[in-house]
Design a protein. Sequence first.
Length: 325
Amino acid sequence: MLGLGAAGVGVALAGGQAFAAAGAVPQRQAELRWSEPGKVWLRGVRLHHSTVLQSFAFDERNRLIYALQVIPSGRRLPGESRTYSHDERVRSGDLCLNRLAMDGTRLDHMYLKGFGHGTTVAVERAPSGGTALWTEWDAKPSSGYGRGVCRFRYTAGKVLTGNSAGLDTFRPQPGSINNNAALDTAHGHLLLRYRRSGLPRYALYDLDRFTARDFRPLADFPQPGAESGLPFQGMALHGAYAYQLLGSAYGPGNPREGGGNTRLFRIGMPDGRYVSERLDRTDPGLGRREPEGLAVRAGRNGGLYMGFAHGPAGGRRLSLYRKTL
């Protein structure tokens, strides 16, 4: 057990009060700001491997960025007896977790074996100063998607497996897959995305209760936009709203000339009754542009940050863009 505790202040009642106005339509000015194309913040960053970015998160206290990617074929990790293909890595849920400086400089990395697809990563900060990361966990062998979520401390060069010491594991929706978590530690909430019987849903939890393994949600509702069939590419939680990213890479059916099919959603919390959706035109000229990851920052550089993977196979890069909230 990490013993972090939640960094936020919410409990069940307080959480409900915080979301009292979630169903209200935002002011027009706010609508226009978040729907504008994002402004480049980091461009052309190379991760440890040549595979695409899956998700990213900010550690504001320590001025760090964490980024997940699938391990490519031809890379043998400590303790492995053979080389795995890229498809085998994906189905196994093997991930590389990169640690970067805020300017995009690569610092170091570690590996997560059998954790999942890497669709989200989140940072939890404790009042004592400790930091933990949250990802999906316990990949289903046939798909590579996590059946639960976990938290752990980052250790450069380490290889974590699903039963490693020091790993806090949570299975809030038994029998589900595609488990991903987003945190709003300022308000003490955790948003879980999961899939059951083929249908994706969101469940909102009080973070303190969740880490105590009280999995009674504050709300549970179907994922908006799932009917589009677009790949799910990330989510973030901030105050009275969740943000969701859908879309695919340029290719047949999604030509670069059309500007892409990336769609950004703003979802009212706690029950998802309010939904605003936009076709996002951030930097449409990127080669092989694919949306990958969302995160919210507070303070001087506050805003909603979107990630895009781009570039040729074997030379993939990531770029991050900021939207005003």
